[in-house]
Design a protein around this ligand. Sequence first.
Ligand SMILES: [Zn+2]
Length: 289
Amino acid sequence: MMRNPLLRSLVIGLALLLVLLGCAGTGARQSSGVQRLYVFNCGESTVEDISRWTPGVNVGKPGAFSANCYLIQHANGLMLWDSGINDGVASMPEGFQRNKVSPRYTLRKAFSAQLAAIGIDAAQITRVAFSHTHGDHVGNANLFTAGTLYIQQAEYDAAFGFEAATKWNFEVELYDKLRSRKTVKLSGDHDVFGDGSVVIISTPGHTPGHQSLLVRLPRRGPVILSGDMVHLQENWTARRVPSFNYDVEQSRKSMEKVAAVIADTGAELWINHDKAQSDRIPKAPAYID
Ligand SMILES: [Zn+2]
């Protein structure tokens, strides 16, 4: 068909180049674009009876939860994941308790001050996502008005619907500035940077549009940031779901989904509220890469 030898070698050369480019492309997708992950101590909460979170066990036992914020430094920009307990609590010596049955929140150092200490201004953060809209995750959401928000449609509808406070017990004043921001509404998993290195995993159940985050660190390997998909290591082991979750059965399915991702990727599961585990993870200004 192709009699012209010059044309033929040109076509072969071009095909070879495309194959090589294809390989390079695959290579780029496999290698991580994430450079660093900072974990911040964004407060703690204490409860008088932890059995609300561990149905059937620990009745009458007090407990303490960690609350972390996370900043992902990717080659193409900074991404915030969860924003912890509101910075105002840092100046309350006794901490803050919303009502008698709520956890008591304490915060040693404001998140904004911790970011400043590593030379980061909220305006530099171009992507923002929260596991869900509870006050100990969106406590400082209003600081991050520059980035694009990634939120599940179901969570958006609950958070900005007329029943946000009454039905969902959300504290709208903590995140009301999100409403006017550039938003990507999701209905399922989402590859944030398009290279597989940071993937939002839809894990509904705790709230209608709860989500978790897979981060592929270049040296440490993949980690999954749980949000409140699970609250404690012991709950993960027993596949235990708090009865106050929006949908207990959906919560169980989300746990199985994450377990499958872990089986597939070998990821570590970092449980936001598990204080014993959180205490072992280096905190900013240190970082994990
Ligand atoms: Zn929650």
